[in-house]
Design a protein around this ligand. Structure first.
Ligand code: ZN
Length: 257
């Protein structure tokens, strides 16, 4: 026997839905934080003194064949801590809800990123249209790149593969840390010299998984002559559905099995 499903259950944790509005082919969910207070980002003092309000409109996962937009109430609080130079600050939502200034909820952003990694820009955009995801091909590129930022990686086992905007048109090189199962870099082209320079800067790499064709083998041999090369029959572009369903770079894990 199931339990009743409330409006709140449709939203990321920590939000409350005030009302749900249908506007043509779009569902608008007016939502707010469940917290009555917020911590000053500079000094950490918790404040309940609301100064003003505004609204953000991040896109969320589609539902019932319609696009979904959150109309998210954001409160500005006063910080009254003595000596804190921040007088007014906007509340922050948990990172799994949405990031500051983001145009999408985090769960939609993750979905976009996985589709972008699996398919590349142009095919990803076509699929996104069918899935009612309001995303441009540039957004796919940015979402893949954003994930590679701030990765302090000293990788030992990497996978190298092409990453394309459209089928048949090469665009760049995607590099995954296969042990951490993360995309760690997106190189602007698939020139072996670019890959070679990248590998040369990371002498700690011991194993490189790559496809059987192309110049990645030569680049690896020149940059890291002692590294073990593993022929990887799995291609990001050709096995998109697996990557999409797995939700990570998980297909690479087969190499160690
Ligand atoms: Zn403060």
């Amino acid at each position: 026997m199931g339990s009743w499903f409330s409006r709140r259950d449709f939203l990321p944790a920590g939000l409350k839905a005030d009302r749900v509005e249908l506007d043509g082919n779009r569902i608008r969910v007016h939502a707010r934080s469940l917290d009555a207070s917020a911590a000053c980002p500079r000094c950490g003092t918790v404040s309940r003194h609301v100064h003003s309000k505004y609204w953000r409109r991040p896109a969320d996962l589609p539902a019932h064949g319609r696009e979904v937009e959150l109309v998210l109430l954001v409160r500005r609080f006063r910080c009254r801590a003595v000596g804190c130079p921040t007088k007014i600050f906007s509340e922050r939502f948990p990172p799994d809800v949405t990031r500051p200034h983001a145009r999408r909820t985090s769960r939609l952003h993750e979905l976009v990123r996985h589709i972008g990694i699996a398919l590349g820009g142009r095919p990803a955009q076509a699929l996104a249209g069918r899935l009612l995801l309001p995303v441009s091909k540039d957004t796919f590129l940015r979402s893949v790149r954003a994930k590679t930022e701030g990765v302090v990686a000293d990788p030992r086992v990497v996978g190298i593969d092409d990453w394309a905007w459209r089928k048949g048109q090469r665009y760049g090189t995607l590099i995954c840390d296969l042990e951490r199962r993360k995309v760690i870099d997106l190189l602007p082209d698939r020139d072996p010299a670019t890959v070679e320079a990248w590998l040369r800067a990371r002498p700690g790499i011991e194993v490189v998984a790559r496809d059987r064709n192309g110049g990645y083998g030569g680049a690896t041999a020149r940059a890291l002559p002692d590294a073990v090369q593993v022929a990887d029959r799995w291609h990001l572009l050709e096995n998109a559905s697996t990557a999409f369903l797995a939700g990570t770079c998980q297909p690479f894990a087969r190499l160690s099995g």
